[in-house]
Design a protein around this ligand. Structure first.
Ligand code: ADP
Ligand code: MG
Length: 454
């Protein structure tokens, strides 16, 4: 019986931490059958719920069990009809959880929880996300709805969800009685399917049409799902017609989402469409610096070599999530072994990431770009001529080959007309010095780097 007591307490905690609506949708429908050899066996009404819980709350549930003294490392969900589930948890043996009110009486909305870290304060602005950020800020003021809908699109890990949550936080802060509903397109679909199943599409419509601001994240998810799209389209139109703000994100431009109805594509383009470009070096540097500052507040003892930040910004990824992951791994490692984060530790700790993100830039591409840029011929670059107009670009090309590829000095030397590795080393040093003293050169190197990394 104590398994059930523990589960009862976990449920109560979860209800607090994930919010009543999420609790009702995902946790309440579960019942614990038994805990057996590290596996907690649950009955769930559908496998969808089981999968969802595993994906979104799995870790949390496991750590709750750990706190209750159970070593649960796996959750298993068996699909059981409602009656069987009731029988599995005899009423008398179940720790009562706080009575749940009918959701109709409350103001809370069935959205996804907002991440407290995803605020404007913590969003670093750079060229690639400038427009999206400005648009998000404007919409977050909530004064007029001149950009309706606001569509934010861009690749994975570029900050779409962060910006949407930031808008939601800000709107709620300024207008506490605004009904802001944020959810993923997947949740939208799930809600809709549930409404169909329980014959409550009227309730569904009423709910979605009663919000002041609707945010649907990753709308590409509903591509190809016809009835969901149909419902989405009507919800969307109803809100726009009432001058209610709608904010949508997608992983690519609305027009490019295959399987999305044309009428939705075109309606999405009525408002403001702002894209998030892949991060560039400066933005990554800024983000790393800001994450480092935030970490320092928690752990002032952290020491990190400046070179590491620079290296990560160059090498890890345009995806900010991956970048953050790399930095966090270094923080964790450093605090475990009590060592300063230096290049050696970085290479050791991030070997897998670094291999995966190995620049695909080749020496041939570098040579080609440099030739183009300085208007030189291949023969010039390969020659032994020392005239500055030729020698300088040659050194820059070698420097880029060294910093953007993983080729060794001798390999690079060979590519440049069979030069010695010391020549390459000298070139790299020289360009490093020049970058400090000659802003023209620094800029040229940066332009070339960007062109090559694009
Ligand atoms: P997306 O939804 O576009 O896939 P997210 O918004 O989830 O990406 O961002 C991934 C991670 O990167 C989050 O932890 C987010 O806080 C962080 N992130 C992305 N862009 C920025 C930025 N400009 N400044 C600070 N953090 C960022
Ligand atoms: Mg996202």
């Amino acid at each position: 019986m104590s398994d059930l007591d523990a589960w009862g307490r976990i449920r109560t905690d979860m209800r607090q931490s994930i919010g009543k609506e999420a609790y009702q949708s995902w946790i309440d429908p579960l019942s614990l059958d038994k805990i057996d050899e590290g596996t907690a066996h649950f009955a769930a009404p559908t496998s969808f719920i089981g999968n969802w819980v595993e994906r979104n709350y799995g870790d949390r549930i496991r750590s709750h069990f750990a706190r209750e003294g159970y070593a649960v490392n796996r959750l298993k969900f068996a699909v059981a009809p409602a009656a069987a589930r009731k029988a599995a948890t005899p009423a008398g043996e179940r720790t009562p959880s706080p009575p749940l009110q009918d959701s109709a009486e409350t103001e809370s909305l069935p959205g996804a929880p907002l991440d407290p870290r995803f605020t404007f304060d913590r969003f670093v602005v750079g060229k690639p996300n400038e427009l999206a950020h400005a648009a998000a800020r404007r919409v977050a003021e909530g004064r007029d709805v001149s950009f309706n809908p606001l569509v934010l699109y861009g690749g994975v890990g570029l900050g779409k969800t962060h910006l949407m949550h930031a808008i939601a936080w800000k709107l709620q802060e300024e207008n506490p009685d605004f009904r802001v509903l944020y959810l993923s397109a997947e949740q939208f679909m799930y809600r809709f399917v549930q409404a169909l199943r329980f014959k409550d599409t009227i309730g569904f419509k009423k709910l979605f049409r009663s919000v002041d601001v609707l945010m649907v994240d990753d709308v590409q998810f509903i591509a190809g799902k016809e009835s969901t799209q149909e419902e989405f389209f009507h919800t969307f139109n109803a809100l726009i017609d009432q001058n209610k703000q709608v904010i949508i994100s997608a992983d690519r431009a609305p027009g490019e989402i295959d399987g999305l109805e044309d009428r939705i594509k075109s309606r999405l383009q009525w408002g403001l469409v702002a894209d998030l470009h892949p991060t560039d070096f400066e933005l990554r540097l800024g983000i790393l610096q800001s994450k480092l500052d935030a970490h320092r507040e928690k752990d002032p003892s952290i020491e990190i070599d400046d070179k590491v930040i620079d290296f990560l910004a160059h090498r890890v990824s345009t995806n900010v999530r991956v970048l953050e992951g790399a930095l966090n791994r270094l923080f964790a490692f450093s605090s475990l072994v009590g060592r300063k984060i230096d290049m050696e530790m970085t290479h050791e700790t991030l070997a897998d990431l670094l291999r995966a993100s190995e620049r695909k830039v080749t020496i041939d591409e570098i040579i080609r770009k440099v030739m183009e840029f300085y208007n030189l011929r291949m023969a010039d670059l390969m020659s032994a001529r020392r005239a500055r107009a030729i020698a300088r670009p040659r050194q820059i090309a070698m420097y880029l080959a060294k910093t953007l590829t993983s080729k060794s000095l001798p390999e690079i030397g060979r590519k440049f007309g069979g030069r010695d590795h010391t020549t390459v080393m000298h070139a790299v040093k020289r360009v490093e010095e020049l970058k400090q003293t000659d802003s023209q050169i620094a800029e040229e190197v940066e332009i070339l780097r960007r062109a090559l990394e694009a």
